[in-house]
Design a protein around this ligand. Structure first.
Ligand SMILES: [Cu+2]
Length: 176
């Protein structure tokens, strides 16, 4: 490529650059004209609102466990309720719960078997005892003995339930 070619390319580039500058200037001027009509807080408001929504969604998962004492099992087979024999649920005290078991339509379920585990997800440890159902009380109620929590905080208690040929699980959350 000769010098004239270089000049041609250079001229084209400079021309494109100045066109771009003119365009940028036009955009800047039009933004400046808009500013008095749309204060900065109006422009930021949607961003702030979106930030608050995302924070509250994060909070719902991280800081606010579902403390319901009556829950539908994971696959929807059962409705399970727990009731502590000592309320509120005590710390460092061996106590019992009554577990009430019904099918999805509310019919009490008798003759079920339970496997119980749980712990503190944040602390990565399990239950200090091995609670188990020791007695069927009738009408879909079961006595769960050997429950104990040794420290305050967020606990989960999981029940694996088998009734006839149906198996399902439910997890309760507690803040102690
Ligand atoms: Cu713990």
């Amino acid at each position: 490529m000769n010098d004239t070619g270089h000049d041609a390319v250079g001229t084209a580039a400079r021309s494109a650059l100045s066109t771009a500058r003119v365009r940028t200037g036009a955009i800047r001027r039009s933004r400046l004209r808009l500013l008095p009509e749309r204060p900065l807080r109006d422009l930021l408001a949607p961003l702030v609102a979106a930030l608050l929504v995302s924070l509250s969604v994060a909070n719902a998962f991280a800081a606010e466990p579902d403390l319901s004492r009556s829950r539908t099992s994971d696959e929807g087979a059962f409705v399970v309720s727990i009731e502590s024999r000592i309320e509120p649920v005590p710390l460092n005290t061996l106590h019992a719960w009554v577990v009430s078991l019904a099918s999805a339509d509310g019919t009490p379920v008798e003759g079920a078997t339970f496997e119980v585990d749980g712990g503190m997800p944040m602390h990565d440890h399990g239950l200090p005892t091995a609670p188990r159902v020791t007695e069927e009380l009738g009408g879909g109620s079961y006595l769960l003995e050997g429950v104990r929590f040794q420290m305050p905080g967020h606990w989960v208690v999981n029940l694996d339930i088998t009734a006839a040929d149906v198996q399902d699980s439910v997890t309760f959350e507690l803040m102690l």
